[in-house]
Design a protein around this ligand. Structure first.
Ligand SMILES: NC(=O)c1ccc[n+]([C@@H]2O[C@H](COP(=O)([O-])OP(=O)(O)OC[C@H]3O[C@@H](n4cnc5c(N)ncnc54)[C@H](OP(=O)(O)O)[C@@H]3O)[C@@H](O)[C@H]2O)c1
Length: 277
């Protein structure tokens, strides 16, 4: 498994698992659990969840999936901006820990910017870290200006990651956010790396996949994983698809593949607004 080294020196798998929309509606939760466990078995041991997902149900499913194997996984969860006051963040983290059935979250993110001062949220993150309730913290949906403000107002902030939308069709971050984060040793977590599934019928990606004898999802994911410091977190509620997604970790796209993708999805030549789902 390709890895990404966090600012602290710790390494995490570059290919993880997303869980948005898991535990929602009448979908087959037993199959969702099998899919999560298959991902862990295949080395996708970084699991991304959030208090928002299924109003906590996603975190509960993660708890079931990792029962007896907490030591194997790196759990990422997120506090909602509406809870991100100093006290609200502390309480939200406690609730997430309970639902996750663990005493520590490996990486805790502010889900997106809200109205509470960033310094309050970061003070809570620092307290949680000092108390051993989280190991690393970071942000999500922060563009360059947000990162600059965060670093100006909180120069000692130990931001480990910024989780943003990134896939072949949404490449805006390559222009400015990605190089900035790489330089600051802040990992980029690519969400919607399959374009929420929409990329999977694109003829260029289908054709590249055929050449390599892999599924189209592997090509879409390998595209995100080609950049250093990028962690990709595809979500699938189906075991067979998780198995297919895992093959991305060993797929190296060729210069020809990449130039075909560039022709179909041109890289950004100027600043673009941050893509948000
Ligand atoms: N921080 C944020 O604001 C934010 C926002 C969005 C997402 N996220 C995180 O990023 C994760 C990934 O993003 P996402 O779930 O929105 O989108 P995604 O991973 O790009 O795509 C998920 C969709 O693709 C389908 N899919 C997955 N693997 C497939 C395969 N091999 N073949 C065909 N279809 C496949 C899934 O369906 P099935 O499940 O039915 O297989 C699902 O509909 C989320 O789950 C969440 O953890 C974070």
């Amino acid at each position: 498994m390709k890895t990404v080294t966090l600012k602290s020196g710790e390494t995490v798998p570059a290919l993880g698992i997303g869980t948005w929309k898991m535990g929602v509606g009448d979908r087959d939760e037993a199959e969702q659990l099998r899919a999560l466990q298959a991902g862990i078995d295949l080395g996708m041991t970084l699991i991304d969840t959030a208090e928002m997902y299924g109003e906590g149900r996603s975190e509960q499913l993660v708890a079931q999936a990792i029962k007896g194997r907490r030591g194997e996984v790196f759990i990422v969860s997120k506090v909602l901006p509406s809870n991100a006051s100093r006290n609200g963040t502390l309480q939200a983290c406690e609730a997430s820990l309970r639902r996750l059935g663990t005493d520590v979250i490996d990486l805790y993110l502010l889900h997106w910017r809200g109205s509470y001062p960033l310094s309050d949220t970061f003070a809570a993150f620092e307290q949680l870290k000092a108390e051993g309730k989280i190991r690393h913290y970071g942000v999500s949906n922060f563009d360059v200006a947000d990162m600059a403000e965060m670093q100006r107002l909180n120069p000692s902030v130990a931001c480990s990651a910024n989780q943003v939308m990134y896939n072949a069709a949404d490449r805006g971050i390559e222009f400015d956010l990605f190089p900035r984060c790489l330089n600051d040793r802040i990992a980029i977590m690519a969400y919607c790396p399959l374009g929420e599934g929409r990329l999977l019928n694109h003829p260029v990606l289908v054709n590249i996949a055929r050449r390599h004898g892999v599924g189209t999802a592997a090509v879409a994911l390998a595209f995100t994983l080609r950049l250093p410091g990028v962690i990709s977190i595809p979500k699938s509620a189906r075991t067979q698809r998780v198995i297919e997604n895992a093959t991305a970790a060993s797929l190296a796209l060729t210069p020809q593949d990449l130039s075909e993708i560039d022709a179909a999805f041109p890289p950004p030549r100027r600043k673009q607004p941050l893509a948000i789902t």
